[in-house]
Design a protein. Structure first.
Lengths: 291, 316
């Protein structure tokens, strides 16, 4: 607990929030995973024991050893170093993708919820249409046409997240703008921008934070999944999906690459999700939308 | 009810049309070129011209949209450029395997979720409930391809269980089923987690109500209270979710089919992607979108039919 308390004074966005998040085992687990992941992404090249693309032909597909802690892949590349550098690639795609999703969803949700009427109908129909595509399939159609450059991958993943953020924002706007005190302020002559800034946004922030924490692991999962299918980040970049795909091709010769990559992916998604769950309890957000 | 059905079907048709138009203009909106992606940058000009004509890229954009959309409604999804076979034929051969996989996974998910939900709802807040809650959230968040990979490792590498991979033979149901177990389980776990959470909360909602107390007072056995009275309240929510679940399963099935080298729509798409064969990719995406929209529509309508509360809201 001392480490957590120290972290709180250093980086807490609000006094006590971090401590409340860390009050349960799953909250601690989520925090630790996310902090380790972010640190790994930032420090990547400094802490990787080997060059992730250096070949060691004499030590191909080896299990964990003193030199190669997690073993080597089919070209004798160090698995640990590849996974460490993969953390940065995963976040470099997932974070902007979710950020764009939040921003676009926020704007669409505000427009739909605040303006109502025709705008609302159009926005809801468009969100429905986007949501009627499973995210992976949508990404597949576009990337098969374009090939996978980083901005395209980010955009394709972002589009899939817009509907959930849009819906949550729209619902919050609708519930807030019907409240008597907001009505009163509107009658006193407050313009829409003031109402949105003073009353709507503060009420939207908490659900959006929770939804962000919940959607980041999906973004990582989709990104790695696309790379696994050969549609995302291309080899030899040590993306987790690429490493998984390399390992899968030789799964009969060595189970280690697949095992360790799967462990990293599972820990990452679990960490963000448990953190999100915990944030939802702490921030007391009631929107528990399934998608 | 009639008005609601008409409106709901109307929205579904509009969504489908939007999706189809989007897929047919995608080629022009995006900066890539499917022909050069497929044939490579140094392809013979004649070949490129043939490919462009076959993929209907020479026509004006509105004409292309019209050809594609009207074609889809007649069951024509275009032609595979490499084998010259109709895309609909290729998809027709692959689709049953994927549908079987999705439906079996969903059934498996329900079968796993119901007892878990009952155990959790019987003692809310207990150690068992909290443990199952954590496990459910855990399996929901882990990508299905990671679960599939781990199951594959466990079965083939460590246990040497061979039916784990391949499709099996449909004419030999036992063999086909043996090949279906692990892929279906990989897909089912996520939705088992979702459903268990959902069932638990709708059961808790109803368990405190008077008719349950009355049933207990009459000495109706506990298992009937949970499995008959309380679960009934949870059915509408589950039905609504199944539409979403089926669509999502079709998407995840791509990975699972590739991992377990199973025939199906996913494997077809995967190979088409590797060959940059856009007509097949587009056809597969159309089919998945249609199935997803239809499943959602049916789930919504069924939900409306069995949940009187929603009908009253609509009338008010």
């Amino acid at each position: 607990m001392t480490a957590v308390a120290a972290g709180r004074t250093a980086s807490a966005p609000r006094p006590g929030l971090l401590r409340r998040v860390a009050a349960t085992p799953s909250g601690v687990f989520g925090l630790v995973v996310v902090v380790v992941l972010v640190a790994t992404a930032l420090l990547g090249p400094l802490i990787a024991p080997h060059d992730p693309n250096a070949l060691d032909i004499d030590h191909r597909l080896e299990g964990p050893s003193g030199t190669y802690w997690l073993g080597t892949d089919n070209l004798g590349r160090d698995l640990l170093s590849r996974l460490i550098l993969g953390a940065r690639i995963a976040l470099e795609i997932a974070v902007p993708a979710v950020a764009i999703g939040v921003l676009a969803g926020l704007l669409l949700g505000l427009a739909a919820g605040y303006l109502g009427g025709k705008v609302d109908t159009v926005v809801v129909t468009v969100l429905d249409a986007v949501q009627s595509f499973p995210a992976v399939v949508l990404a597949l159609a576009v990337l098969a046409l374009l090939g996978g450059s980083t901005p395209t991958i980010v955009l394709v993943i972002a589009v899939a997240f817009v509907p959930s953020f849009g819906r949550v924002t729209r619902a919050s706007v609708q519930s807030v703008s019907r409240l008597p005190f907001v009505d009163a302020e509107r009658n006193l002559g407050a313009g829409p921008l003031r109402i949105i800034w003073r009353h709507v946004l503060p009420n939207v922030v908490s659900p959006l934070i929770v939804l962000t924490a919940m959607n980041l692991p999906s973004a990582v999962a989709v990104e790695s999944g696309l790379a696994f299918l050969g549609l995302g980040v291309q080899p030899p970049t040590p993306d987790w999906g690429v490493v998984l795909s390399d390992g899968f091709d030789r799964i009969r010769d060595s189970p280690w690459p697949v095992l360790f990559t799967c462990t990293v992916l599972a820990l990452t998604t679990l960490g963000f999700t448990f953190l999100g769950e915990r944030l939802r309890d702490v921030l007391d957000v009631r929107t528990a939308e399934v998608r | 009810m009639v008005r609601y059905v008409a409106r709901r079907v109307g929205v579904a048709v509009i969504v489908l049309l939007l999706v189809l138009v989007l897929l047919s203009v995608l080629v022009h909106v995006l900066p890539g070129d499917p022909v050069s992606l497929m044939l490579g940058p140094r392809a013979d000009p004649d070949l490129i011209a043939t490919a462009r004509r076959q993929m209907d890229l020479d026509a004006s954009v509105p004409a292309q949209v019209w050809h594609f959309v009207s074609g889809v409604f007649q069951g024509d999804l275009g032609q595979d450029f490499l084998t010259k076979r109709p895309v609909s034929e290729l998809i027709g051969a692959a689709l049953p395997h994927t549908l079987i996989l999705a439906v079996v996974s969903l059934a498996l998910a329900v079968a796993i979720a119901v007892p878990l939900a009952v155990v959790s709802a019987a003692r809310p807040g207990s150690a068992v409930d909290r443990f199952l809650g954590t496990v459910s959230v855990g399996v929901i968040s882990i990508p299905s391809y990671v679960i599939g990979m781990l199951l594959l490792l466990l079965a083939t590498v460590w246990l040497g269980w061979l039916p784990a991979i391949g499709t099996g033979d449909l004419s030999d149901p036992g063999d086909y089923l043996a090949h279906l177990v692990l892929p279906a389980l990989s897909l089912a776990l996520i939705w088992a987690g979702y459903l268990a959470r959902l069932l638990r909360s709708s059961m808790l909602e109803v368990l405190g109500e008077n008719h349950i107390r009355a049933a207990r007072a009459y000495g109706i056995p506990e298992w009937r209270i949970y499995y008959q009275l309380a679960l009934r309240n949870a059915i509408p929510g589950v039905v609504a979710l199944i539409g979403v679940a089926l669509g999502d399963l079709m998407g995840s099935a791509i990975f699972i089919e590739v991992i377990f080298t199973r025939n199906g729509l996913g494997t077809l798409l995967y190979n088409a992607i590797a060959e940059r064969d856009y007509p097949i990719v587009r056809g597969g995406v159309v089919v998945i979108a249609v199935l997803f929209v239809v499943a959602n529509l049916l789930a919504d309508l069924a939900n409306r039919r069995i949940n009187p509360r929603l009908r009253e809201e609509a009338a008010a």
